[in-house]
Structure formats: structure tokens, C-alpha cells
Design a binder for this molecule. Structure first.
Ligand code: NAD
Length: 473
């Protein structure tokens, strides 16, 4: 299942050019409840029916989810951008097609058989039950759909506490999944959510006995909260992916790939290139190639002005705390053109990324900006770049990228940085199966180690032992 980007991009451009503002149809949304109590009661009821569905029935449901996701990719993408004010409609459409095509279904589940002198033992991947899932504002609808496909394929039911700033489009995605389930003859409410998600509804979901497993996709706060819940939890947390370019790389390709990856959905994906370390001897050429691909280079004075726009002070906890900056959420996922206008630079739509040369300690390098801003640090050697990249990743174990032809350097970087995803000589989105081999996910579980999650991540192992029989040799 490889996505043909050119074909999809043509279709999408045609559709977008014919569309005005998309509004969700006014109808009662399936699986969407006023309170978490109701949602939990209904999903629990639904699970008692769904647990008897076999793999074929589950696969029929997943096929319908894929179909509806393809059909309604545009409306979900427009809704998500309108509601969150973040990202890029065209790229979000591509993400929906990716999630529909490359999220594994029931084929991901395997049974292990151990046959020997003392009989036959089976190890099966069984459902957990009702899973409580928390989703981000950055990839709201794709995460709901991706989690639903994987969790239902494994035989679970799901209750979502979605991001409050993306609740409308997330409810739309939950309704879509329910429409698909009903069309395939499945039960009502095996995927549910609340109309108005809050910290209270999240706490109730996390602590309710109905919920047997928790999955969080988001920043460090939510992952920490889930991991201290006392329940089985999968945490997909923050990243700050560095990209290194060395003197052996194809610099023309590296310049284009990095800008393509860094600007995808305005840098919202947690895997996207967030800072670049380049070996000095090829730095000028790399910057020039980036400029040919829609990057706008700002000078050090303009960097200072930009810091005042996209960063804010972290309120000190103690009077003795050193001043610290963090991101200004108002500028997360916004267009480069709009960000540049804030510092008095007016450019055309062809500018999709802001690039600047900075020192390693500068905040754009250290903070996960999630904006189409790429800080570039010059390094004397590959070894120095590697050292800085490892430090800038902050031990998130998330993603790292490299442009190089040197296999020894690829190996050294991978060993040193220990990330879940490591992409060589391609845009970062190759790491989630976009124009590359391998399945996709929107829940990359570095902290808890499931990695590129799929149906099997949402299962528990059960062993079935028959002694002294059915080993037939
Ligand atoms: P966020 O952390 O602000 O919110 C994520 C979800 O957690 C939301 O539903 C929010 O309401 C909830 N939440 C936040 N703090 C909480 C707490 N203390 N207790 C309970 N619930 C809490 O994330 P966001 O801004 O929407 O998304 C961006 C972040 O998510 C980035 O750091 C990005 O790297 C990360 N992310 C990671 C992955 C991955 O697969 N690893 C995927 C997407 C996003």
C-alpha cells in the first residue's frame, strides 16, 4: 500500500479549489455523549457485545473506517485547521489518506504456537477491554482514526478524552468511526467520547474501573499523568528531532527533503525536523538549496525579534529560578508567511519555512517549537554535530534524521541517539510510512517502548496449554 503522492496531490488540489468553508452536517453525532459517566456506561455495554466479534467481522468494520476516512478526508482536514488554527489543510488531507491506507488492521495480530514433546501451547494476542485514549490538538482527527483502527482490530472498545481545543473535529471523527461500524453491522458505541472534554472528564476516564488500559498521545504532562495512574499505559510523548547534514550528503536533495519534512503540516508532526546541524564545509550550499525550496533566511537581529513573538517567559516557581522561555502557543502550526509578518517581513505564498543561523544554546534549537522555523547550527565536524544532536533531542527517544552517504556515521548516530525513529536521506515523514516502507501510526510510543504502535500494541498475551496432546509429529 504505497501512497502515490502526485496522484493524491492533484485530486486534493482540485477538490480544495472547488470548496469553500466546510461545515459539519447538522445531525446527532454517534458515540458523542454529554458526560463521561454516560460515555463509560455505553462503551462498557457495547464492549460486552463486541468481545464476541471474530476477526473477520472486525476487519469488515475496519474496511468501512478506511473507506469513510478516504471519503471525508477533506472535511476533517478543513475542520481541524479551522478549529485549532494550526496546520495546513492540504497536508492534513494527505495524512488522512495515509492513516486510512497504512494503519494495520487485524492482520497485525499473531498467534504463537509452541509444539514439542509435552504437547501444544498457544500464545494469543487478546483484547484488553475498554481503552481510555487521550489525543492531541496537533493531529486530532488522524489520531482518533488511527487509534480506533488499531484498538478495534485488536478487539477492544475505546473511550476518547480528546483535546479541548480540537473537540469539534475530534467528535466528528468519533462519529465517522461509529457510522462505519454500523455500516459494517457492528454494535453502537464501541468508540465514544464526550462533547466537552475537560481535566475532570480525563480524571474520571483514567480512574474508572471500566477502563483497563490507557493510551496518551501528547506532551510530557499527559504522559507523566498516565504513567502514574497505576494502570497499564502507553505513552506517546514529545520529541525535538534533530537533522544532521554531513559533507558526504547529496546537498541538493537534503535541502529539499529537510524543507519538505520540516514544513509538513506547518511542522506540527512530532517527527518533523526541528533543528539542523550541518558540517561547515557544506553549510552555505545547504542554506542556498533550502532557499530554492521555499525557505526564507533571517539575520541575527530578526531572530531576536522573532524570539519575542514565538517565545514567552515561563513563570518562575521560586524567586531564585533563572529566567526561562517556552513556546507561545498562539504561533504553533501557523504559516511561515504569517509569522514573518509579525516581524515586519512580508513575503509571498511560496515561502513556507523560516531559517536562521544560531548557536547551539539558542531557544529555537532547545525548544520543541512546532512552527515552520528551522534553526541551523554550523559544526566543525560530523562528530560535533552528532554530540549536539544527541543533546538537543533531550533524551526523548523520539525521532532523529540524517543526510549522509557514510554508513559508519549512520550507525554511530543511531547508537548514540537511541530514538524510536531514525530516517536517512529522506524527509522526516518517511518515518511514519509516507512514501517509504512500513506501516503508519500517529501514536509513537517512545517513553513506554511500543514504538510505532499498531493493533498488537493494544493486546494482552494469553497462553493456552494442552499437555501431552496435539503435538502431531
Ligand atoms: P498536550 O500535551 O497539550 O495535550 C495532549 C492531550 O493531553 C490533550 O487531550 C490535553 O487535554 C491532555 N492533557 C495535557 N496535560 C494533561 C494533564 N496533565 N492531565 C490530563 N490530560 C492532559 O499536547 P498537544 O499540544 O495537543 O500536542 C503536542 C504535543 O504532543 C507535542 O509535544 C508533540 O510532540 C506531542 N505528540 C506526540 C506524538 C507521538 O506520537 N509521540 C504525536 C502527536 C503529538
Amino acid at each position: 500500500m504505497n501512497i502515490n503522492e502526485n496522484e493524491i496531490s492533484e485530486i486534493v488540489k482540485n477538490v480544495l479549489s472547488e470548496m469553500g468553508t466546510v461545515k459539519a452536517p447538522k445531525r446527532k453525532q454517534l458515540g458523542v455523549f454529554d458526560t463521561m459517566e454516560e460515555a463509560l456506561a455505553e462503551v462498557n455495554k457495547a464492549y460486552t457485545l463486541f468481545r464476541h466479534y471474530n476477526k473477520e467481522q472486525r476487519e469488515n468494520i475496519i474496511r468501512e473506517i478506511r473507506k469513510l476516512t478516504h471519503a471525508e478526508a477533506e472535511i476533517m482536514s478543513k475542520m481541524a485547521v479551522e478549529e485549532t488554527k494550526m496546520g495546513n489543510v492540504y497536508h492534513k488531507i494527505l495524512k488522512h489518506h495515509l492513516v486510512a491506507d497504512k494503519t494495520p488492521g487485524t492482520e497485525d495480530l499473531e498467534c504463537k504456537a509452541l509444539s514439542g514433546d509435552r504437547g501444544l501451547t498457544l500464545v494469543e494476542m487478546a483484547p484488553y477491554g475498554v481503552i481510555g485514549a487521550i489525543t492531541p490538538s496537533t493531529n486530532p482527527t488522524c489520531t482518533v482514526i488511527c487509534n480506533s483502527i488499531g484498538m478495534l482490530a485488536a478487539g477492544n472498545a475505546v473511550v476518547f478524552n480528546t483535546h479541548p481545543h480540537a473537540k469539534e473535529c475530534s467528535c466528528y471523527a468519533v462519529d465517522l468511526v461509529n457510522r462505519a461500524v454500523l455500516a459494517a453491522g457492528g454494535p453502537e458505541n464501541i468508540v465514544v467520547t464526550v462533547k466537552n472534554p475537560t481535566m475532570d472528564s480525563s480524571n474520571m476516564m483514567v480512574n474508572h474501573p471500566t477502563v483497563k488500559m490507557l493510551v496518551a498521545t501528547g506532551g510530557p504532562g499527559v504522559v507523566k499523568m498516565l504513567l502514574s495512574s497505576g494502570k497499564k499505559a502507553i505513552g506517546a510523548g514529545a520529541g525535538n528531532p534533530p537533522v544532521i547534514v554531513d559533507e558526504t550528503a547529496d546537498i541538493v536533495k537534503a535541502g529539499k527533503d529537510i524543507i519538505d519534512g520540516c514544513t509538513f503540516d506547518n511542522n506540527l508532526p512530532c517527527i518533523a525536523e526541528k533543528e539542523c546541524f550541518v558540517v561547515n564545509s557544506v553549510a552555505d550550499q545547504l542554506i542556498s538549496e533550502m532557499q530554492k525550496n521555499g525557505a526564507y533566511l533571517i539575520n541575527s537581529k530578526q531572530v531576536k525579534a522573532l524570539e519575542d513573538v514565538v517565545l514567552v517567559d515561563v513563570p518562575p516557581k521560586n524567586p531564585s529560578d533563572a529566567p526561562k522561555k517556552t513556546i507561545n502557543k498562539n504561533w504553533v502550526g501557523r504559516d511561515a508567511k504569517k509569522i514573518l509578518a509579525q516581524i515586519g517581513i512580508n513575503v509571498g505564498d511560496d515561502v513556507r519555512c523560516i531559517i536562521c543561523e544560531v548557536e547551539f544554546s539558542q531557544n529555537f534549537v532547545q525548544e520543541e517549537l512546532m512552527m515552520p522555523i528551522l534553526p541551523i547550527v554550523r559544526c566543525d565536524t560530523f562528530e560535533q554535530a552528532l554530540d549536539m544532536a544527541v543533546k538537543a533531542e533531550h533524551g526523548n527517544r523520539h525521532s532523529a534524521h540524517l543526510h549522509s552517504k557514510n554508513v559508519d556515521r549512520m550507525t554511530a548516530y543511531a547508537k548514540a541517539i537511541c530514538t524510536t525513529i531514525f530516517v536517512k536521506n529522506a524527509p522526516s515523514y518517511a518515518g511514519i510510512g509516507f512514501n517509504s516502507e512500513g506501516h503508519t501510526t500517529f501514536t509513537i510510543a517512545g517513553p513506554t517502548g511500543e514504538g510505532i504502535t499498531s493493533a498488537r500494541s493494544f493486546t494482552r498475551q494469553r497462553r493456552c496449554v494442552l499437555v501431552d496432546s496435539l503435538s502431531i509429529i
